[in-house]
Structures are given as C-alpha cells and as structure tokens.
Ligand binder design. Structure first.
Ligand SMILES: [Zn+2]
Length: 95
C-alpha cells in the first residue's frame, strides 16, 4: 500500500515517464481513499498541462537540470500539502 509521500512521488514521476502497471494500480487505490492526494493529482495534471503548453520557454536551456529542480519543488509542495492538511485537522479540534 502506498503512503501519501510515495503517491506524491509517483504522481510527479508520472509527469515524465510511463508508470508501471502496479504503480498505476497503487496510485488508483490510494487516490480513491485519500482526498488530499486526489486533489494533489488534479494540481499535478494542471501543472503538466501548463508545462506542456509553456514547455519550450520554461525548460530552456537545461531541461534535465530544471526538471530535477521541478521534481524537488513538487515533492516539497507534496510535503507542505500533506502537513498543511494535517494542521487543518488539528486546528478543527473542538475546544
Ligand atoms: Zn494520500
């Protein structure tokens, strides 16, 4: 079973490589159960759309280096996304 971090990593990897069948299956199961990650997936899809449209200007001239940086930014966003979701839950505790 994938956790949120692994799901986020696979989602970001899915931007530039084809995922294995078992990876896609794991993603699908996790996304069904986890609203945070399915929202994050929508964000990734939008980002992918954007980078495809703006690709030539965004990724010039050092495509590989930048895409590494993009990946780490995405992972960073996943972590923030996950921890901010948890923080929200905590703040909603009844007093
Ligand atoms: Zn999740």
């Amino acid at each position: 079973m994938l956790n949120c971090e692994e799901t986020g990593r696979l989602l970001s990897q899915g931007m530039d490589r084809h995922l294995q069948f078992w990876e896609k299956a794991g993603l699908r199961i996790h996304l069904k159960m986890c609203r945070k990650c399915s929202q994050f997936r929508n964000y990734i899809l939008k980002l992918k759309e954007l980078t495809q449209r703006e690709g030539p200007t965004l990724f010039e001239p050092e495509e590989e280096k930048l895409s590494d940086e993009v990946h780490s930014r995405i992972l960073d966003a996943v972590h923030k996304h996950i921890s901010s979701g948890e923080a929200e839950n905590h703040s909603q505790k009844p007093t």
